[in-house]
Every structure is written in C-alpha cells, then in structure tokens.
Write a protein that binds this ligand. Structure first.
Ligand code: ADP
Length: 381
C-alpha cells in the first residue's frame, strides 16, 4: 500500500505528514477547504465535505486504501463504495456502532464494558430518574464538548432540550441523557490493531478537560499497574470485537472508588495521543499508517520518563502576530516540542496547536510547573 486516502484534513491528518514521509507513503486528503491544515502535506486533495461520498469515490480512484481522521461521514453512501471494492481501514462495520453516541453506549454495554447510565431522550420522558446534575448530549457530530451540556435542574433541562430543538433542527430523539459521573480523574488510551489482528496499546494517560475541552494530557497517568492492565483489557476487547484495522482513542472516567467507565470512543487518532509524536518509539500517526498499509505495528513504548502535552486554544483578544511571539517563547522551554496547525481562523477556544514537554521524571510538581509556564505564556503573557 503506497497511497493512503484520508477523509478529513484537520490537524490529525496534518500530523500524519511526517510519518508518511518516513514510511514512503503518499497521502491524498478529502477536506472541504483549501485552508485546512493537511492540504499542505498532501500529495493531492479532493475538496469536498467529509460526508460527500461522491468525492470519496474520486478519492478512492487515487488511493490504495482509505482511512479516517474525521468520522462524521455518511456510512450508507460509503457502503456502496465498499461493495464496489473500495478498501476502508478501519472497515465501515467497525465505525457503524460508534457514530451515534447512544448506539455507541449500547454497543459498549452489550460488550460487557462499564459505561455511565444512559437513556435516549424520548418525546414524553425528559426526566429519566437519573437525578441532577445530568448530562445531555447531542447523539451525532459532537466534538470538543460541542453538543455536551451538564444540566443542574429539571427546568433547565426542559429549556435546554427546547432550545436545541429550535436552534439546530435536532429533535428530541437525537439526544442522549446520561448520569453525571463525579469522576476523580479522566483517563485515555490509544490502541492500534493491525491487519493480522495484533493489538498494541500506548501508555494510559490522564486527560484534563475544562468546559468539556481537553486542555492537558499527562503521560503516563499515575495509576496502579492493575488499573493500567484493566484499561488495556478494555482496549483489546473493543478493538478485537470490532476487528479494527487502524488506531482508536478511548476516553474513560476513573471514579473515587477505583471504577473505570468508558466515556467515549474516537475511531481514529486522538488528542490524548499527541504526546506520542515526541515521547514514543512510534507515534499514533505512524501507527495508523502502519496499520492501514498492512505493515506490522511499531512499539508504542515511551522513550522518556514522562511527557506533558498542553493544547493551545484560540484566545479571542489576541491577534495572529501575538500568537507568534508566544510560540517563540514556548519554543525556548527545555525539551519542548511546539506544533502550530496553521489554521487561518483562530477562533476562541479552537485547537490551534499544542506543546509537548518531555520529562526526566514523573513528579507531580514538575508537571504542574511546566503546565503553569506554558499556560502563563499562552493565556497571560
Ligand atoms: P465530545 O464528544 O464533545 O468530546 P464527551 O462526551 O467526550 O464529548 O464529553 C466531553 C467532556 O465532558 C468529558 O471529557 C468530560 O469532562 C465531560 N463529560 C462528558 N460526559 C460526562 C458525564 N457523563 N459525567 C461527567 N462529565 C462528563
């Protein structure tokens, strides 16, 4: 496999560029805008939205295999292409149970994995008996907390459902209601599975979200080996049951009494795995290409004691040139690797780049000192 089609041209596809060069693989990207990050690293681009299956048919003509950096696709339309022999990795059947958050929860539960209690929102039942706070989610196309709302009381819930219905033409049956999990920490793991069924998992990480958006990732998470093994088991169960070929990101809640609940599956590379670019033998992006090209998987091991990754989110009041002076300060941090995705619309809260700092030890105080340094440069300098 020499030419890989990628549906989606955001930063995840952009970060495949280095690995593609290393492996001698050419990337062709399907993405709507000439300004999208991955256009710069692609050999060729099909300019179309990711759910445009006619465009994906053109992409298929240019490639040996098609993979995903964005899962907001039209599976029914793509399955016609699959029947005509187009090779999707992961296969479409592996994505099918995951694209709707309600179906995803059902799939995970039926697989015997622990998930938060959940209900589809029915016409006549916005009060599920879950108590409050409760979490209301739009079932499809949510990302970075868009479409996820923590709701404190029944009146606000009613109003929220009503306002979602009117604003976005999303009707009640496209909403999911689930228990609010008072987690102690959030964890995540990246896992890859090859054509031959080999599964590897990256070190389990701690992720820190603010207002439902990932702000930081600490690798590895400070958890017991038993807990890490439990998370790895979850990853193996899931990837094997879906017969995945590719890379998945799995987000989890760790409760105060040590229980692990699966929150969400991303059927692609994930923000929680960006540290692997600089801290691991094989990055998640190289791993995705290795898997979908039918190569054996590389080692996911870290080659340093630890790493901390901080997302650089858009700040409304800053001009573009301010970003560049901040970036040059970040570059001066010892062992820092700075990534800037080159998005031309630096909207508030948008993920514009990230910094990974490699650590010589895993002491919590050195992690928080580095996070403070980065965030004071980025948000307050
Ligand atoms: P998205 O698909 O937009 O990333 P998620 O379902 O992953 O949405 O939710 C984003 C964040 O919102 C989570 O990382 C977590 O911090 C919070 N969250 C989501 N669901 C729950 C829940 N049931 N209980 C508590 N917090 C939640």
């Amino acid at each position: 496999m020499k030419r890989v089609g990628v549906i989606g041209g955001g930063q995840l596809a952009w970060m495949m560029g280095g690995a593609a060069r290393k492996l001698g693989v050419e990337l062709v990207v399907q993405t709507p805008s000439v300004n999208d990050p991955a256009v710069a690293i692609a050999l060729d681009t099909v300019f179309a939205s990711v759910d445009d299956a006619i465009a994906t048919a053109q992409l298929a003509e240019k490639c040996d295999v098609i993979t995903f950096e964005n899962e907001f696709v039209n599976l029914d339309a793509l399955s016609l292409l699959a029947h005509q022999g187009v090779c999707f990795r992961p296969k479409l059947e592996a994505l099918a149970p995951l694209l709707d958050k309600y179906h995803q929860r059902c799939y995970l539960r039926d697989l015997g994995l622990s998930v938060p209690q959940f209900f589809a929102v029915e016409e006549d039942r916005s009060n599920s008996g879950l108590g409050f706070p409760v979490v209301l989610k739009v079932r499809r196309h949510g990302y970075d907390g868009q479409g996820t709302f923590i709701v404190k009381d029944p009146e606000t819930l009613k109003q929220k459902i009503k306002s979602i219905n009117t604003k976005s033409r999303i009707c009640q049956k496209n909403l999911l209601l689930e228990e609010f999990v008072p987690f102690e920490r959030e964890l995540a793991v990246i896992a890859a599975r090859s054509v031959s069924g080999e599964v590897v998992t990256y070190p389990v990480v701690e992720t820190q979200q603010e207002e439902q958006v990932c702000r930081r990732v600490i690798a590895p998470a400070h958890i017991t080996p038993e807990l890490a093994a439990e998370v790895e088991d979850i990853a193996h169960t899931l990837l094997n049951s879906l017969e995945v070929v590719g890379v998945f990101g799995i987000e989890l809640f760790l409760t105060a009494d040590g229980k692990v609940l699966v929150n969400e599956i991303a059927p692609r590379t994930h923000n929680s795995g960006h540290f692997s670019l600089d801290a691991c033998e094989t990055s998640q992006f190289e791993q995705q290409l290795r898997a979908v090209c039918g190569l054996s998987l590389g080692s996911p091991a870290m080659h340093c004691a630890g790493a901390v990754m901080v997302n650089l989110l858009g700040i409304s009041t800053e001009s573009k040139s301010d970003y560049f002076s901040k970036l040059s300060l970040l570059q001066q941090i010892p062992q820092a690797h700075v990534y800037w995705y080159g998005k031309i619309e630096p909207r508030i809260g948008r993920k514009l780049g990230h910094v990974t700092v490699l650590l010589d030890n895993q002491q919590a105080d050195s992690v928080s000192a580095i996070v403070n340094t980065i965030e004071s440069i980025w948000y307050f300098s």
